[in-house]
Ligand binder design. Structure first.
Ligand SMILES: [Zn+2]
Length: 106
C-alpha cells in the first residue's frame, strides 16, 4: 500500500508539472509528463484521482487549460469541454445543490 501511495504522489506531481509546463507554452513537453503519469498509473495499477484525471485530455494527453488548450461551454446544465488540440469532447452534467429543484411556474 505504501508503494501505491508513492506512485500516486508521483502521478500528481507529474500532472501538476505538466500544467505548469503547458502554461509556459511547452505543450509538447507537458504531454510527455502526462503520458508518463498515465504510464505510472497503468504499471503501478494506481488510479489517477478524478480531480487530476479531469485535468488532461484522454485522447492526446494534453493538459487542458481553459483558453489555451481547452474550450468550455455550458449549455443547459451540460458542461462541454473541448480539447483544442485533437477536438476531443467531454460532457458533464452540471449539478448544483442550489437552484436545481426550482419549481416551474406554469
Ligand atoms: Zn486532446
Amino acid at each position: 500500500m505504501k508503494r501505491k501511495n508513492q506512485i500516486r504522489k508521483r502521478i500528481i506531481e507529474l500532472i501538476e508539472q505538466a500544467n505548469i509546463t503547458a502554461r509556459e507554452g511547452n505543450i509538447e513537453i507537458a504531454r510527455e509528463y502526462i503520458k508518463l503519469a498515465v504510464m505510472y498509473s497503468r504499471k503501478g495499477r494506481v488510479k489517477i484521482p478524478l480531480k487530476y484525471k479531469r485535468m488532461f485530455c484522454r485522447r492526446c494527453f494534453t493538459p487542458l487549460i481553459p483558453g489555451l488548450t481547452e474550450r468550455i461551454r455550458i449549455r443547459s446544465k451540460i458542461l462541454i469541454r473541448t480539447c483544442l488540440i485533437c477536438n476531443w469532447q467531454r460532457r458533464y452534467v452540471v449539478t448544483r445543490n442550489k437552484g436545481i429543484n426550482k419549481k416551474s411556474h406554469s
